[in-house]
Design a protein around this ligand. Structure first.
Ligand code: IVH
Length: 684
């Protein structure tokens, strides 16, 4: 066959398979059997293998993934990804309507009501109809480029159909439908892995995987609700959604056009009841002004459009009996009480455990074992106890006496003045505290050795292989191969998790790779009390090396704007401890990064080098974390209080009054968010 006819052949197969794929995953109306589909796919694979020059970007074979992304590149959104302001009552929806009427006097307003998908938001960029880039929300300004992973989601078109503009950005939500989620979690448990708490977490976890071929196996789906393009002008939002549907996106049919509040209210009430019948999670309803031209005139507030609002469903509540209270010990020794409950159906899952905050909460509500307690799940991971029905108390119960000794090591507990939690002071020898520190060390934002996640630390610790972080760097394959752990499953049966060759390779590779983790994260990984991610960044930036921090002393540490006495005290105590001294020496020998590297990252423009910057008030384009990271990324240092050393202040909406006054007193320059964006913008 000639090259040209092979190309034609492959193109035809790609097109045919994409069509079937669309019918199956988007329309749920397949016209051929799975078997026939697989045969055709195999044929395409065969041709592509023989003619790799004709492997097209939109080929369905590209959906099986295979590429590995170690670190997802951070990219700037062309248009910030905004959030919506939340409402919780019809009264608030009426306020929303009134505000709009006031801004558009005398005009008739039409709304579109949609489901609020509870997943992970995504922005897709198509050029010439081909999916080019998929970016997560991130901090709203910059997100992660997870294109390789998103390509594997079968219901997302790799190539658009119909008449589409040259460039278009389509936004929506990636989610894991409930049946797939349950299947997936069951498999995880069977394989000795930890189950995900809800479909949203499972989705987020899946999208972060480095190996896209694993993502391809996760039952992900996606719905779309927003179209952005400079080249196409819709009259209404509804019209844009219908267009998106024509292009091949999954757009929900559960959309209404409402001309009055009653209609919106009906839609809300209907879905508040019917939501559990959907095969995916929603956490509310979104109400949007339909006419684009009106949307434009309404514009945006601090961080959300004025033309849209979310109505969040109330957290579901149920009463059930409190069977017993467990006490868990965290990394810092803090004791958390956890309720064991008589199983109860709540928002689609069976709840058996719930958080009870702390000793004060138990005392204030007088919660006793045997009580009927109200449990709530606010779409959140861990359900919590929110009340007690004392009328159902039988009279035999006694007030709960919070434990006095550590449940793990029996050391008498202590309470720090002004803090709600009880602590186990035996930090050196209390097993859950040791394990907690090891877990922290390997965690994503620290050394990021995720191959040691999901209960593996526990196995290593129980076998006496690791006790302190430096032990990781002495592990050998022979230490790990064949290790086992029994996992007790829901039904009481026992499953064995075994460290096989592949697992062991991954673990050792992960540990080896962690030697390249930059210094600020190494510092954070040490788990020094009060040294969180930001403080670690500041210390690293200020002092450059581990040694400098160790030797800095009280004066120099407190002289750093962000570092107060509490943090300083904790740092000094940590470095003085001989065990930590030993740990540091071992980590140094293991080859971890103990000093700042000159960055070559082009994001790090150095435009803010040496500047101490404070942001106050609500910003349009940044979250609280996002602004700090942006300042860091450009070489500046974010600070949280005003002093003569502060270089300037970014004032958002409703800035802190005392901060502004102090800035004025000290003659510190106050700039707007726009000024700031200009400062860091390329070319300026
Ligand atoms: S519209 C400019 N519509 O909710 C407006 N968002 O709290 C962009 N979401 O970040 C958002 N379902 O991740 C819109 N039907 C829907 C939605 C929806 C879920 C998410 C989205 C957004 C967040 C806002």
């Amino acid at each position: 066959m000639s090259g040209e006819s092979v190309r034609e052949k492959i193109l035809a197969l790609v097109q045919e398979l994409n069509e079937h794929n669309y019918r199956y995953y988007v329309l749920a109306q397949p016209i051929i059997s799975d078997y026939e589909f697989d045969m055709k796919l195999k044929e395409l694979e065969k041709w592509e293998k023989a003619y790799p020059q004709y492997v097209f970007k939109d080929s369905p074979t590209q959906r099986v993934g295979g590429s590995i992304t170690k670190n997802f590149p951070t990219v700037r959104h062309r248009y910030p990804m905004l959030s919506l302001s939340n409402t919780y009552s019809i009264a608030e929806i009426r306020d929303f309507h009134r505000r709009i009427q006031k801004l558009l006097p005398g005009e008739s307003i039409e709304y579109v009501t949609e489901l609020k998908y509870d997943g992970v938001s995504i922005s897709l960029i198509y050029r010439k109809g081909i999916l080019e880039q998929a970016i997560t929300r991130g901090d709203g300004v910059k997100g992660d480029d997870i294109t390789a992973n998103v390509r594997t989601i079968r219901s997302i078109p790799l190539r658009l159909q119909g008449d589409y503009p040259e460039e278009v950005e389509v936004r929506g939500e990636i989610l894991m439908p409930k049946p797939g989620f349950q299947r997936f979690n069951r498999e995880r448990i069977e394989n000795g892995l930890e189950a995900f708490a809800n479909p949203r977490n499972a989705t987020a976890g899946s999208l972060k995987l480095q190996d896209s071929s694993l993502v391809a196996k996760r039952p992900l789906d996606a719905y779309f609700y927003f179209v952005l393009s400079g080249q196409i002008h819709f009259k209404t939002h509804y019209e844009s959604l219908q267009k998106a549907k024509e292009w091949g996106f999954k757009v929900s049919d559960y959309i209404a056009i409402c001309k009055d509040i009653q209609c919106i209210e009906n839609f809300i009430n209907e879905w508040d009841k019917a939501r559990h019948q959907l095969d995916f999670d929603i956490d509310g309803i979104v109400i949007k002004v339909n006419r684009i031209e009106q949307q434009k005139r309404l514009g945006f507030t601090a961080k959300s459009p004025r033309w849209a609002v979310a109505y969040k469903f109330k957290a579901e509540q149920k009463f059930t009996q409190l069977l017993s209270i467990d006490y868990q010990v965290g990394r810092t020794g803090a004791i958390t009480p956890v309720a064991n409950l008589a199983p109860v159906h709540l928002a689609g899952t069976i709840v058996k455990r719930a958080s009870i905050h702390n000793a004060d909460f138990i005392e204030k509500l007088d919660i006793r074992v045997g009580d009927w307690v109200a449990v709530e799940k606010g779409g959140e991971i861990i359900p919590k106890i929110v009340g007690v029905d004392k009328t159902r108390r039988t009279g035999e119960s006694t007030p709960t006496r919070f434990i006095q000794n550590c449940p793990a090591c029996d050391t008498p507990l202590q309470r720090i003045e002004g803090e709600a939690a009880y602590y186990c002071p035996n930090e050196k020898a209390c097993p859950p505290q040791i394990k907690g520190r090891l877990e922290h060390f390997i965690s994503r934002n620290a050394m990021n050795i995720m191959s040691l996640g999901e209960g593996k630390i526990e196995v290593l610790f129980d076998h006496g292989l690791v006790n302190t972080p430096s032990d990781f760097y002495h592990l050998k394959a022979s230490d790990l191969l064949g290790l086992e752990k029994e996992i007790i499953q829901e039904d009481g049966s026992v499953k064995i998790m075994r460290f096989r060759e592949k697992t062991v390779d991954n673990i050792l590779q992960g540990i080896a790779d962690s030697r390249q983790v930059p210094f600020p994260r190494v510092l954070y990984a040490l788990g020094i009390r009060y040294v969180g991610k930001t403080v670690a960044q500041i210390l690293a930036r200020e002092f450059h090396t581990m040694d400098n921090i160790r030797k800095a002393g009280y004066e120099r540490l407190t002289a750093v704007n962000e570092i107060g006495e509490k943090i300083t005290g904790s740092i000094i105590r940590w470095f003085e401890d001989p065990d930590n001294e030993k740990l540091l020496e071992e980590l140094r020998l293991a080859g971890l990064q103990f000093s700042m590297k000159e960055t070559t990252d082009k994001e790090s423009s150095g435009r803010l080098a040496g500047l101490k910057i404070l942001a106050t008030g609500k910003l349009k384009n940044f979250t609280r974390e996002g602004i700090k990271e942006t300042i860091f990324a450009h070489g500046g240092t974010p600070v949280s209080s005003v002093s003569s050393k502060t270089d300037f202040i970014i004032a958002g909406e409703k800035p802190g009054g005392t901060k502004i006054k102090k800035a004025n007193d000290l003659n510190i320059k106050i700039i707007t968010e726009e000024d700031f964006l200009n400062m860091i913008a390329e070319g300026n």
